[in-house]
Design a binder for this molecule. Structure first.
Ligand code: ZN
Length: 871
């Protein structure tokens, strides 16, 4: 309907493009659609002048376009730049309508073939995206780079900044001669004149504006070939010694070969460059030919094998985007899942089949936790969702788009089979190369190749929100199954969906579970009887979704629930064990299991678990176990369990093979959860003496982790030690870690200083803010957190959220006093939320989610007292 109304409007009224922009520097889907119908054949000729020690740069852009109609004004996106001159078809324009984020070229200046030339100066971005500059504190070197998704290309050059207006780019850059200049394309020529070199790049093929890349600085460059594709790798000078170049090139080479063959489509760009970027806000970004990666993936010492595998997965994720996202791009941001779900799933396929990584599907399952979390929030949405404007798009880089969408693709693959899935993809790339698509184009390609009608599947999997809850019900008589059914409850959208899965049936002896059989089940109703098992041996434990092909919120039946300890300690398949861990943690969140019982059971499991990948996911950076330990237990419960929990973990550090991944997993997790006085004093000893457990290397990252925990626990020496450590590690990372560790220290005065910075006039650098905010509310500092709670709900009512699109989540995920987890704070939040008149759609969403989590935490803690069921 939206599009029909738009078409009518265009025919019957004098179109005012300025009026179509609801907010400054925002682009609506309606305007993007209108602009797409107006313009074609776009090419950008871009020149930039970059200098050292300057906050500004100069730019000159020439846009050449064909217009389908010249009776409409043309809206051009451009923000935070000072225009020096604007010429349209050779004629200088002095007056034209403009607003923050865009300008309008009146129709009378336009021809069917038009050329727009703009000279300007711009300043580097202070947000997490745009054209950014970072200075290395160790050697003073400056590095500049772009990060544009979804809507920041127009902060560097005037553009039609929407994914379906693909264009060619021809770029030249005048920069200091000791800088490397990197763009999506290969270098065409260079010419040095004095202290500067003019670098001209070859013309790119058709790409979307958000995929444009420009980076420069004294990067170290490595290069090798992958068949006939040149590979490049870049890192800043001070990190050169830590980069394991060969491992990264090896994964890249194997990945490029795999995807080229699997998609039966050659790599679409001229080179494959990867850059480790200072202070990069995200994990990675898929700029064609110039992928950016977070420096956290350069390891400054030995890490667990699962951490290496996570980096491989990131490399393959960004690489999968070269086809899905870069070669074929979604028309508009409502189909962002086409990019992200696909890259997430196909990265795992490549990792499993080409790299033979043992932990692939465990990690994939681990990432699904993000999807389950997001899908149970009040803000859940369908995988394919309404995105009326780019601000809404920014909020959708979430657990639904990545993890649930990837799980849906895994289910689709299982549903239609390998042949149909693979051939469908191959046809899709052949048909839509260098074009834009919608969901139906992708689904049609799979439907045709697999000869399967996917109408119902699409509606129920992609256009509904919330997980189905699924469990099994059975009765037995004389040791044989009498009745057996899969029971499904409707999702948030009140939908029962079609699923295909496998059920694992186990028998229990005193000491272990033994598999009886695995049953293939297709279900779509509320109750689906499984008749083929009737008369078979009665099981003691049933694991729904063996092999993890399905996506639903699984719970264990009451019989199986009594055997969970045996399940997490004796089921041979690690993925199955991990799924039991996850089911239990979801049951805690849904108040079906006491948090305390779960933590106690976890200790039993952790005493014997040997699988590196399971442990990497269970105990790693995003550990749900750790979050629940700190959030869902109250202080008294945690104090009671702490010594035992710490002792359980430390015993594994001492008995594990020295220097093994297993040992590192246990040690790093131990460091992150220590709170007992005994534990804190041990950490001090590790840091200050050479008395570490045999096999544990205290590299720089581990030293900071130890200091963080000591500071959070108020260890007095930690304040001095932070200063000492900073002398040892004056790098960007060191500065950030010191800033975060100081925020963790439980001292009112110091916290007040941080508070002032969090809400100050000057925006904090994104990465520093993220680090400090994540440590501000310590788990055992309720009194301190309490003293900021009232003020938080005052400040959020006056903050100008339009300036905080990039860091709004930090305010509501970290600065929000969720650690207090009580009714009073919940009420305070709810009443402030009702009063709020200053929220952007993103702020409203983040706040709703924080409040929803708080509400859940309050319920979990109070339910913990009521639940009598004990395992
Ligand atoms: Zn991605």
């Amino acid at each position: 309907m939206k599009f029909l109304c738009l078409a009518l409007l265009m025919l019957t009224t004098t179109w005012s493009l300025a009026a179509a922009r609801k907010n400054d520097d925002d682009l609506t889907q309606a305007l993007a659609a209108q602009r797409k119908s107006q313009i074609k054949n776009i090419s950008y000729l871009l020149h930039f002048d970059l200098q050292k020690k300057e906050d500004e740069y100069k730019g000159r852009s020439i846009l050449t376009i064909d217009l389908n109609r010249t009776d409409l004004p043309l809206s051009l996106d451009f923000v935070n730049n000072k225009i020096l001159s604007l010429k349209v078809n050779g004629q200088e324009l002095k007056k034209y309508p403009s607003r923050k984020g865009s300008l309008e070229i009146p129709a009378k200046h336009l021809k069917s073939k038009s050329e727009i030339e703009i000279s300007y100066t711009g300043a580097y971005s202070k947000n997490s995206g745009g054209f950014l500059k970072s200075t290395d504190p160790e050697d003073g070197s400056e590095y500049v780079y772009t990060d544009f998704e979804p809507y920041s290309a127009h902060s560097l050059f005037p553009s039609f900044d929407q994914p379906d207006l693909k264009a060619t780019f021809k770029v030249s850059v005048n920069a200091p001669k000791d800088w490397k200049v990197i763009q999506n394309e290969l270098i065409d020529s260079t010419k040095t004149d004095g202290d500067f070199t003019l670098t001209t790049f070859k013309t790119t093929p058709l790409i979307s504006t958000y995929l444009f890349f420009l980076g420069a600085g004294p990067f170290v460059e490595w290069t090798e070939m992958a068949g006939d594709i040149p590979m490049y790798l870049y890192a800043r000078k001070t990190l050169e010694k830590y980069v394991d170049v060969q491992a990264i090139f090896k994964t890249t080479r194997i990945g490029l070969k795999f995807f080229t063959e699997y998609f039966n489509t050659p790599y679409p760009f001229s080179k494959y460059g990867q850059l480790f970027i200072p202070e990069f806000a995200w994990g990675g970004m898929e700029n064609p030919g110039a992928v950016t990666l977070n420096e956290k993936n350069i390891f400054r010492g030995p890490v667990a094998i699962s951490t290496y595998e996570k980096r491989d997965n990131l490399i393959l994720h960004e690489m999968a985007h070269m086809w899905f996202g870069d070669l074929v791009t979604m028309e508009w941001w409502n189909d962002l899942w086409l990019n992200e779900s696909f890259a997430t799933y196909l990265a795992s396929i490549a990792q499993d089949r080409a790299l033979n990584s043992k932990g692939t599907w465990l990690s994939f399952f681990g990432s699904k936790t993000w999807g389950y979390w997001q899908d149970q929030l009040v803000t859940t949405h369908p995988i394919e969702t309404d995105v009326p404007d780019v601000r809404t798009a920014k909020g959708n880089f979430d657990g639904i788009t990545y993890a649930k969408g990837a799980a849906a693709l895994k289910q689709l693959h299982f549903f239609v089979g390998e042949k149909g899935f693979k051939e469908g993809l191959q046809n899709y790339f052949k048909t839509f190369a260098f074009k834009n698509t919608q969901r139906k184009d992708f689904i049609n390609a799979i439907a045709v190749a697999s000869k399967t009608d996917l109408t119902d599947w699409t509606q129920k999997w992609l256009q509904t929100a919330g997980p189905n809850q699924v469990t099994t019900e059975f009765t037995c008589e004389a040791g044989k199954i009498k009745n057996f059914a899969v029971v499904q409850t409707p999702s948030t959208s009140n939908t029962l969906s079609p699923h295909r899965t496998k059920l694992g049936l186990f028998a229990a002896s005193e000491s272990k579970l033994k598999e009886l059989q695995t049953v293939d089940v297709v279900y779509s109703e509320a109750v689906t009887p499984v008749t083929e098992v009737i008369g078979d041996q009665c099981p003691d434990f049933i694991l729904p979704n063996v092999g993890d092909q399905d996506y639903a919120l699984f719970t264990l039946d009451p019989v199986s629930l009594t055997k969970t300890k045996l399940a997490i300690t004796t089921i041979p398949d690690p993925l199955s064990r991990m799924m039991v861990w996850s089911i239990l943690s979801e049951m805690v969140r849904n108040q079906k299991l006491k948090a305390r019982d779960y933590i106690e059971m976890a200790m039993t499991g952790l005493e014997v678990e040997e699988n590196d990948f399971l442990l990497g996911n269970l105990l790693g950076r995003h550990s749900t176990l750790r979050n629940q330990y700190f959030l869902y237990l109250n202080n008294a419960e945690r104090a009671e369990l702490a010594e035992k929990f710490e002792a359980t973990l430390f015993a594994r550090v001492l008995t594990a093979k020295p220097e093994s991944s297993l040992q590192m997993n246990f040690f790093d997790f131990y460091v992150s959860i220590v709170q007992s006085p005994k534990g804190v004093s041990s950490l001090g000893e590790f840091l200050l003496t050479s008395n570490q457990p045999k096999g544990i290397t205290l590299d720089q990252d581990r030293r900071w982790s130890i200091l963080n925990t000591m500071a959070a626990n108020g260890a007095e020496v930690s304040q001095n030690l932070i200063g000492e450590e900073l002398k040892r590690d004056p790098s960007t990372m060191g500065k950030r870690m010191a800033y975060g560790a100081r925020a963790a220290y439980p001292d009112l005065k110091s916290k007040q200083a941080y508070w002032k910075e969090f809400f100050g006039m000057e925006k904090l650098p994104f990465s520093n803010f993220k680090e400090a905010a994540s440590r501000f509310h310590g788990p055992n500092h309720e009194k301190l957190s309490q003293s900021f709670a009232q003020d938080f709900f005052k400040k959020v009512l006056t903050t100008d959220w339009k300036k905080h699109d990039d860091d709004v989540e930090i305010y509501f995920e970290q600065v929000f006093p969720s650690q207090l987890c009580n009714q009073d704070i919940l009420k305070l939040s709810q009443s402030a939320f009702k009063k709020a008149r200053n929220l952007t759609s993103l702020a409203r969403r983040s706040w709703s989610e924080a409040q929803d989590e708080l509400n859940r935490c309050v319920k979990v803690r109070s339910q913990g007292l009521k639940l009598s069921q004990s395992l």
